[in-house]
Design a protein around this ligand. Sequence first.
Ligand code: 2AM
Ligand code: CA
Ligand code: CA
Ligand code: CA
Length: 256
Amino acid sequence: MSELSALDETIQNLMYEVGERTKAAMTKKLQIDEKTSPHDLVTDVDKSNEQFINQRLRQLDPTAKIVSEEGFGDQVHDLAGRVWIVDPIDGTMNFIMERENFAIMLALYVDGQPTLGYILDVMKNRLYHGGPALGVWENETRLTPPLNRGIRDSLIDVSSYILMNDIHHAQTAARAARSIRVFGSAGISMTQLITGRTGAYITNLKPWDLAPGRVLCEALGLVVKPIDDHPLDVLSSNFVLVAVPAAANDIEQLIN
Ligand code: 2AM
Ligand code: CA
Ligand code: CA
Ligand code: CA
């Protein structure tokens, strides 16, 4: 077994373990705090998951750097070397309000190259994992590239903020599609794309929201493109279009 496959197996096990910890924590009362506003919340489980994951990563890969949402990672200024990117609960609002449709996410970038990605849909027990060298998998099943349909034959996924405020003419793209979906979790949105349920996703993502899904999407031939004039920067916030190539072309013609 290659070094990468062995690492992948270890990380898959870590993901399932954190999923089980998360489900166990849901039997207790959540401690909920506001971050920047009542629309932006964090729980004790976000924080304890991140501490748990980061501690494991430091044991496994002591020289790597860690970028993570809740403050237990490193100050990382560039993607040189090995960089792990951690979202301990993606879709915290769904975690609190729906108690489903949230994910645990992890990615490994090596010298800036997307290498491994993991999205665990906790309540459905589905782990999406892999990368360019290993292929992309849903649990034990290897995924094939989704059908390359144009926007008129696709569902479009738009983040609520972008849709409501019509950022980058997202409503124009939405009107052209068969219908719209809003999931409230970037990770769940990425799983809908890689399984061919949606054809495009327009959103604004932080590093931990984008990095894992980007690895898996690109490995399946989807395109991940900035919508504004900035080049994609995994360490900052990006307005992005993630889509099958045909839908991406259609949307670019509609919104530019
Ligand atoms: P989070 O739950 O890990 O914060 C929908 O809100 C999606 O956008 C989620 O994936 C959420 O990730 C992400 N997101 C990014 N920035 C956000 C913010 N400031 N407030 C709420 N959600 C945010
Ligand atoms: Ca958050
Ligand atoms: Ca997130
Ligand atoms: Ca999060």
